[in-house]
Design a protein around this ligand. Structure first.
Ligand SMILES: [Mn+2]
Length: 254
């Protein structure tokens, strides 16, 4: 097991079919921490309230493992996001041993002060942002191949003109990238205004660690698509962990 000072997780989306609970369980088996920060969209109450409840035993185990860690003295903090905003009513209280807060200022082991938040207040475009995660490299490459096939079809059937599907996708991706950049800029701008050293957030499902003008921007990513977490080592160093282990782990013994 790898011991770290803190684990930062966001956008787990428990309660949906897309949630990669098994992979998260593998990650939690490997990493233990003094502090666990859950940075929003942990339980997707929004999707569940629309009739799409998909609650698996693995998702149940995620909740149980986290609660057990809280009982055994790990400090667990929960910052609700927009998909679990119903829990924002409980900000300032705690359920079980889990403290609920709207935002937290975390002092890392190296003294740097980070604002922890979900981040949806900096999403100036839309709350329905799933396309950001969908339009990754893989789908772009797929569209390029599809476009080659479509052009061949058009030539074969002597259709005039050339409609570039990849061009369409490229415009969409450009919109997505602009969205990500403006989100990151807004978060950094806010952090600078509050004289902090950085921010750790989630929401846009786009894992990242970067430095901008001496300030740190860290995004946990998600457990739907990227399967990533941020961990803080005992010297305060922040690391983005991508969990690449098998999505279908071997059957548990016994
Ligand atoms: Mn969100």
């Amino acid at each position: 097991m790898t011991q770290v000072r803190s684990i930062f997780l966001s956008d787990i989306h428990l309660g949906t079919r897309a949630c990669q609970a098994n992979r998260l369980l593998e990650f939690l088996k490997e990493y233990s921490a003094e502090n666990i920060f859950l940075l929003g969209d942990i339980v997707d109450l929004w999707a569940m309230s629309r009739g799409g409840v998909h609650w698996t035993p693995a998702q149940n185990t995620v909740v149980q493992k986290l609660l057990r860690r809280a009982r055994h003295g790990d400090k667990i903090f929960f910052i609700p996001g927009n998909h679990d905003e119903a829990i924002r009513e409980y900000v300032g209280t705690s359920f079980g041993d889990v403290v609920v807060a709207h935002e937290i200022i975390h002092t890392a082991a190296d003294g740097r002060r980070y604002l922890l938040l979900h981040g949806d207040e900096f999403d100036q475009v839309t709350r329905h942002h799933k396309w950001v995660a969908i339009l990754g490299d893989k789908s772009y490459n797929m569209l390029v191949s599809l476009n080659i096939y479509l052009s061949w079809l058009r030539r074969t059937f002597r259709r005039p003109g050339y409609w570039s599907l990849a061009g369409y996708a490229k415009r969409k991706i450009k919109t997505a990238i602009n969205f990500i950049f403006s989100f990151e800029d807004s978060v950094i701008h806010h952090v600078r205004g509050r004289k902090l050293d950085g921010a750790i957030c989630g929401h846009i499902h786009w894992p990242m660690i970067k430095e901008v003008g001496g300030l740190s921007y860290l995004n946990c990513g998600d457990w739907v698509d990227s399967c990533t977490a941020i961990v803080e080592h005992f010297d305060g160093r922040m690391e983005l962990v991508t969990w690449n282990a098998s999505p279908n782990p071997a059957v548990q013994p016994g």
